[in-house]
Design a protein around this ligand. Structure first.
Ligand code: C5P
Length: 202
């Protein structure tokens, strides 16, 4: 059992780093943002947030429509609700304890979900850099309008995620900070793998 907790603001590179770390060590990966996105998507259809969170099943996470910017905003709105967060805890903790090792990325993995994770990383980058990267990613899928809109979206979510009462976005005291502003993907992944190796992963 080995849990790697990777937290940080929107579009800092957590997803790419998490997948690469999971692949390197042979661990399973859970993008916990998808849980909140799945609940947010349900609320866009009129389902009450807590009801949607309680009814969530793993298959709901496979929907490619969850990646869009409207769903991201809806996700960060349901993510402030304590009952929504509480409904998602057991699934996340069970995933963290799986025998083959787990990498989980989100906002509160190292602070709330897995405070005893063997390795914790906090991945950041400047808001402008994050917006530019997210814009390119969304534009490639035909999902983004303009860079300005993506920047506004990223800032609105950061603000909501950092200032909520319940499990706010912040680095755990024992997290390794990785600023990816001046790193390319390979460099960021190498820094992350080194940090996780130093915490004892093989
Ligand atoms: O990581 P992603 O951008 O997909 O997350 C969408 C939203 O879900 C975030 O803006 C945040 O509000 C919420 N979230 C959270 N806790 C997590 C993961 C995501 O509150 N562990």
């Amino acid at each position: 059992m080995f849990c790697v907790a990777i937290d940080g603001p929107a579009a800092a590179g957590k997803g790419t780093i998490s997948r690469a770390v999971a692949q390197h060590f042979g661990f399973a990966h859970l993008d916990t943002g998808l849980l909140y996105r799945a609940v947010g998507a349900e609320t866009m259809e009129g389902v009450p947030a807590v009801k949607a969170a309680l009814a969530l099943v793993p298959g709901d996470l496979n929907n490619p429509d969850l990646r869009g910017p409207e769903v991201a905003q809806a996700a960060s709105k349901v993510a402030v609700i304590a009952e929504v967060r509480a409904a998602l805890v057991d699934f996340q903790r069970a995933f963290a304890r799986r025998s083959g090792g787990a990498v989980m990325d989100g906002r509160d993995i190292g602070t709330v979900i897995c405070p005893r994770a063997e390795a914790k990383l906090f991945v950041t980058a400047s808001a402008e850099m994050r917006a530019r990267r997210r814009f390119q990613e969304l534009a490639a899928k035909g999902l983004a309008n303009s860079l300005e809109e993506v920047l506004a979206d990223v800032k609105a979510r950061d603000d909501r995620d950092m200032n909520r009462a319940e499990a706010p976005l912040r680095p755990a005291d024992d997290a390794v900070l990785i600023d990816t502003s001046d790193l390319n993907i390979q460099e960021a992944v190498a820094v992350a793998i080194k940090a996780v190796t130093e915490r004892g992963a093989v």
